[in-house]
Design a protein around this ligand. Structure first.
Ligand code: NAD
Ligand code: SER
Length: 315
């Protein structure tokens, strides 16, 4: 990884599921005084870092923060996730798109040098091949979140091609973590299930038992994010967003894995509106391009992830 330790970094949405762990990792690379945390509200997770209350939709406030801290790189994590965006489609579209434009424009104007913005498996849709979904394929998302991710990918590539913006992106699968609560996605069940297994030994799942989705443990997601951001520019041949994959499972399979540690754990199923969202997403992802171009490799499989989640949540 090529790291310029002088760079000042801004994480917008630093208090979210990914933000708190990315912040911790970037602190270890750059030093906490060089990593500015921004969010709508403060959090204990930012205790060591410079912190700004910032709405990414407020462009003037954003410019002031960038100037004040002499920011060179922005990680834009503020967004409405799939389930929350379906409840408030127009605001989901506004936040997910205008937030991105505000950051891409700063990079176009050379006020910042590098941008990270995550896409998602939600950018695919019902007409996409669901097994081993390739990097390049039909993409017709039917959720407002997925539409914003697909459009965002196209705009990232556009800003790169037209204005030379150094923007990098990953299509994350569902992310599983224990340090911060998930923020309103369809894959959140795969986090809730651990908390309920430890507290109540049972869980009612909002997806049906055979709903297979691509997933990844947070340490791998942070590793992928850091690796794509620190790879030499010539290795980043895709400026929309890269497929990245680790493993896939359905609610029944993760419940079986948890039962190896907590034999009395039981799961029941009561699918809600999130089932329809999940039905439009791939079941497994082919990430050959990420593995070839910048040597991506995941570390965690389902059993290691489950063991590590339970060990840490018990603490
Ligand atoms: P999250 O909901 O946990 O966190 C988002 C953070 O952004 C929150 O702390 C929230 O307070 C903040 N925020 C919301 N509106 C804001 C605004 N107007 N200005 C500034 N901050 C604001 O989300 P996450 O799971 O950490 O996801 C981060 C990014 O990664 C999103 O773009 C999401 O689409 C993407 N992603 C996440 C997953 C996943 O499984 N978590 C999977 C695929 C893609
Ligand atoms: N995990 C995210 C969600 O469920 C996928 O982007 O919304």
């Amino acid at each position: 990884m090529t790291i310029n330790k002088e760079d000042k970094i801004l994480i917008i949405g630093a208090g979210g599921q990914i933000g708190v762990e990315l912040l911790e990792y970037l602190n270890s690379l750059y030093g906490s005084s060089n990593v500015v945390a921004a969010d709508l509200k403060p959090s204990d997770a930012f205790a060591q870092n410079p912190f700004e209350i910032l709405d990414v939709l407020d462009k003037n406030a954003l410019i002031n923060v960038v100037k004040k801290h002499d920011i060179k790189q922005v990680y834009l994590l503020a967004a409405l996730l799939s389930a929350t965006a379906e409840k408030n489609p127009l605001y989901g579209w506004q936040l997910n798109m205008q937030g991105l434009f505000n950051i891409l424009d700063l990079a176009k104007e050379k006020q910042i040098q590098k941008v990270y913005w995550p896409s998602s498996i939600a950018a695919f849709g019902t007409t996409t091949p669901r097994q081993n979904t390739p990097q390049y394929t039909v993409m017709e998302p039917t959720t407002v979140y997925g539409i914003s991710k697909q459009a965002g990918e196209r705009w990232c590539e556009y800003y790169h091609l037209k204005y030379g913006v150094d923007v990098r992106s990953l299509r994350y699968p569902g992310l599983i973590s224990y340090k911060s609560a998930p923020g309103g996605g369809t894959t959140d069940y795969a986090v809730h299930i651990f908390h309920e297994a430890l507290k109540h030994k049972k869980y009612e799942c909002f997806l049906s038992e055979y709903t297979t989705l691509p997933m990844m443990y947070m340490p791998d997601a942070i590793k992928a994010t850091a690796e794509i951001m620190h790879a030499p520019a010539e290795q980043i041949k895709i400026r929309g967003a890269y497929n990245v994959a680790a493993f896939s499972f359905n609610p029944k399979e993760i419940a079986n894995e948890i039962q190896k540690h907590i034999p009395e754990f039981s799961i029941s199923y009561n699918p809600d509106f999130r089932q329809e969202i999940a039905n439009t997403w791939p079941q497994s992802i082919n990430d050959a391009e990420a593995r070839q171009h910048w040597h991506w490799q995941h570390q965690y499989q389902l059993p290691q992830m489950v063991t590590d989640m339970l060990k840490n949540l018990k603490k």
